[in-house]
Design a protein around this ligand. Structure first.
Ligand code: NAD
Length: 495
């Protein structure tokens, strides 16, 4: 597969002919050649987005027409599902099952965005602020403008969808930069967008590393940045965009606490805890990587947990039964193995896994055993995000202690509580400093609800009404309800 730059509705070569390769993390095989944009190409993409923003065809398009486009994208994603799944499995190291779920969820997300676009009220009179004989006050919403959107490699299609849906629903335009590790599925999405009636230049898609990201973000025409990635890079990006007062939403890292209370249903909670930290080999921002288990249930829970961890289906990603694949590349694998070694050196108690899998069909890939340690807050991995299949388990006595442990983190992306007692679970959930809290559930998201983080896990929200609002500027329109000269309150103010 050859992936070109998608700029102004056309697929183009990189102007300085820089072409790189993406590889299959399962076996090191080449997947795609992708064009890397020069700074001239980045400028061309932003200029195309700027021109498209002011293009009357896009600017004045009805919300119904935007909604129809979003629905068409959803349908075309479903039509091309097999092709996307095939490339996503190889490009990102997703299992077949995850890649299928990603396409399904992204198509569903565009469908929801279609409904949102159709129902969006762009002018709303405020009855409370309005005073008869004095003022009629309304809020008008306008698209924020040209956006720069940067996504990571763990859920390439889903992340691209989350970014592009609100652009198309609100009338913004964008340059989306995909991660170098995973350029492929967004290239197919670009074709779908071109074929769904989106005017040229509204969506531009490029792939590159930090240098391309920096060139994009510092462009004077960018009005809003939407970034998903690590907290460290998020902090750097906020510095890059500060001089231009660019609006920013940030979806960053996490170290989410998964709390198992002593009345939890073990037949679900154990599997839930494994799913929470092992989905996509632990490469999910909301992974439940700090597993907090109450003392009364601890031994029974751990016995089951260590039995069930052996049942995780480690297999080549193309195997329909695979439930667990490789991590994205050698660098990431070494980082994870480094954290494992550090935890051992800090006397963390290794309960399961801890090694690279090098046997047979896994030899050329970046597979790591599902790994569990017993730890305390003093261990590095209690605080640092690993982004791999490693959980730290900590025993607690009371609900108060669980809340203190959970909130003992610079992150605040997500968390969960497992209990048969709904009121008890809610009491704990409501004290967690986290943007999403599940009760007897994990990882499931709802496009109608916000997703994002407290503390260093982010700024703002994606999805839900909150996510849409972040792509809109609000304008207060004050209309006088007093058109008699003598009654104007300001009449004698300066005369
Ligand atoms: P990363 O921060 O290294 O890179 C993310 C993206 O930013 C990539 O496209 C990369 O090319 C680009 N980038 C890197 N440096 C940049 C710079 N200085 N300026 C502009 N762009 C730059 O993250 P990653 O390793 O690709 O992904 C893993 C991280 O993403 C984890 O920390 C994870 O928690 C986080 N993540 C968060 C969410 C969320 O919704 N909160 C979702 C997925 C991943």
């Amino acid at each position: 597969m050859e992936i070109k730059l998608f700029i102004n509705g056309q697929f183009k070569d990189s102007s300085d002919k820089t072409i790189r390769t993406s590889y299959d993390p399962s076996n090191g095989a080449e997947v795609a050649k992708y064009h890397v944009p020069s700074s001239k190409d980045v400028d061309e993409a932003v200029t195309a987005a700027r021109d498209a923003f002011y293009n009357p065809e896009w600017k004045n398009m009805s919300q119904d027409a935007r909604a129809d486009i979003l629905l068409k994208i959803s349908e075309k994603l479903k039509e091309r599902s097999k092709e996307i799944v095939d490339i996503e499995v190889r490009d990102s190291g997703s299992t077949l099952r995850k890649a299928k779920a990603d396409v399904h969820n992204t198509a569903a997300f565009f469908k929801v965005m279609s409904k949102v676009a159709r129902e969006l009220k762009l002018s709303v009179k405020d009855e409370t602020a309005t005073r008869a004989g004095f003022s009629i006050n309304s809020r008008e919403y306008a698209p924020v403008g040209v956006c720069a959107q940067i996504i990571p490699w763990n859920f390439p299609l889903v992340m691209a969808g989350w970014k592009l849906g609100p652009i198309l629903a609100t009338g913004c335009t964008t340059v989306l930069k995909t991660a170098e590790e995973t350029p492929a599925s967004a290239a197919i999405l670009a074709e779908i967008i071109r074929d769904s009636g989106v005017p040229a230049g509204v969506v531009n898609i490029i792939t590159g590393g930090a240098d391309v990201g920096r060139a994009l973000l510092s462009h004077r025409e960018i009005q809003k940045v939407a970034f998903t990635g690590s907290t460290a890079v998020g902090k750097e990006i906020l510095k890059t965009v500060a001089p231009n007062i660019t609006t920013a939403t940030m979806e960053l890292g996490g170290k989410s606490a998964n709390i198992v209370l002593d009345d939890a249903d073990l037949s679900i909670a154990v599997d839930g805890a494994l799913y929470a930290f092992l989905y996509h080999s632990g490469q999910a921002c909301d992974s439940g990587t700090r597993l907090l288990v109450q003392e009364g249930i601890y031994d029974a829970f751990m016995e089951k947990f260590l039995e069930r961890i052996k049942d995780v289906k480690v297999a080549p990603t193309t195997d329909p039964n695979a439930g667990y694949g490789p991590v994205v590349n050698e660098k990431q694998m070494k980082t994870i193995l480094g954290f494992i070694e550090k935890t051992k050196s800090e006397d963390g108690k290794l309960l399961a896994g801890g090694n690279r899998i090098t046997t047979g069909e896994f030899a050329k890939g970046f597979f790591i055993e599902p790994t569990a340690f017993e730890i305390t807050p003093k261990h590095t991995i209690f605080q640092e995000e690993i982004f791999g299949p490693v959980v730290g388990i900590t025993k607690f006595r009371s609900e108060e202690e669980a809340v203190l442990l959970a909130n003992n983190s610079k992150y605040g992306l997500a968390g969960a509580v497992w209990s048969k007692d709904s009121a008890r679970a809610h009491k704990v959930a409501s004290q967690l400093e986290a943007g999403t809290v599940w009760i007897n559930e994990y990882h499931l998201l709802n496009p109608g609800m916000p997703f994002g983080g407290f503390k260093e896990s982010g700024l703002g929200r994606e999805m839900g009404p909150e996510g849409i609002m972040s792509y809109l500027e609000v304008r207060h329109v004050w209309e006088s309800d007093c058109n008699e000269r003598e009654k104007k309150v300001w009449l004698d103010a300066i005369f």
